[in-house]
Design a protein around this ligand. Sequence first.
Ligand code: CA
Length: 381
Amino acid sequence: MPLNKTNISSIRTHVLSAPLTKPFHWSFNRADKREGCIVEITDESGETGWGECFGPARLNAAVIEAFKPHLIGKDAFAIDSIWQQLHNLFLDQGQKGLAITALSGIDIALWDLKGKRLDEPVHRLLGGPIRTEVKAYATGTYRLDEGNPLDYVVREVEGYAAEGFHAVKIKIGFDVSSDAKLIKACRAAIGPDINLMIDANHGFDSIEAIRLGNAIAEDDIRWFEEPVTPDDLGSYEEVRRGQPIPVAGGECDFTRWGFRDILQRRAIDIIQPDTAAAGGLSECKKIADMAAAFGIRYLPHVWGTGIGLAAALQLLAVLPDTPPSYTPKAPILEFDRSEHPFRQAILQSPIEHESGVVQIPQGSGLGIEIDHAALEQFKID
Ligand code: CA
C-alpha cells in the first residue's frame, strides 16, 4: 500500500456570516453582510484540510452535502480522481455555477490536507515555486449609502497609493459619464506612476462599454474588467475590438471547458478565474497552463476569506510567466480592501501586505492555521 494512503473520514461545512458596519454596493448588487462557506475535510489519520467556496454560502454547503456520500472512504490524495468523479456525476446540471464552486472548496481542502500530511506547502506539490512573493493590487472603492464618490473614492485610492500599492482597481459600471469623471479624478489624484484598473461588474452592454473605453483612452487604464455580462462572449469580443483598453474577466466562469471557449475566441485579454469558484487549485492550474499556451495572461480573482486568499497565493507561486522571459512580468494578487469582518480573523496569522507586496505562505498545505474560536464566533449554522 502507498506510504501515505488514508481515506477521507469526514466533510464538514461552516457557514459564516457577519454584518458590515458600512453596507456597500457595486454595479448590480448591495452587501450589508459578508458570508463564507468554509470546507473542513478530515482523513483517517486525523489530518485536516481547509477550503473555501466562492458564492452563496448556504447553497454551496447544500451542494457539498450532496457530494458527501461520494467522498467518504475515498483516498484523500487522489484529488484529480475525486474531482473527475464528482464533476462527471453532476455534469448534466452542474457544468457551471454552484456545483463547481462547491467542488472548488473540496479540491482546495484536499490540497491543504495533502500538504499538511506531507509537511510541504501546496505550491511545492504543484511543481513550484516559480516565485515566493507577489505584488498586490488594492481592490476597493465600493459605493457607500452616503457621500459623493468623487470625494470618498478619490480619498480611498490616495490611501492605497500611500500604503505602497503599485496598482489600484476601482468600481465602475453605473453610468458612462459619471464613471469617466471618477476615473479621471482618480488618475489625477494618484499620478501617472500607480497603475489604475477599472471593474464594471458587468454593469454595461457593449455600446456603453465601448463608449466608456474610448472616453478614458488617454488615462492609462491597465485593464477594463467585466465590462459586459459573462453570458455573452460576443459582447466581450465587440468590446475588445471597439475600444483600446485590455479587457479582463472570468470570475464568473468555470472549468477548463468554460475557459477553453474564452481562449479560443480570444474574447478576453486577461483571464481571472477565482480559485474558490472555477474548480479549485487542480482545475485552475490546468486553466493557467491552457492560458499560457494561448499567450493570454492569468490573474486570479480573489474576494473571500483568508483561506481563499491563501489558495490564490499557492497558485500564484506556480503560475507560468506569460510570456516567458529573462525578466518576466510576474502575475499580481488581487487584495480586497473592502470591509470583511472575518477575512483575516479566521486565520491564526493574518496574511498582510508590506508596501504592496505579499509573501507566499511557506507553511505546510495552504500555509495557514485556522482560528477555531473565530470560526465558531462567525458561524450561523
Ligand atoms: Ca471583479
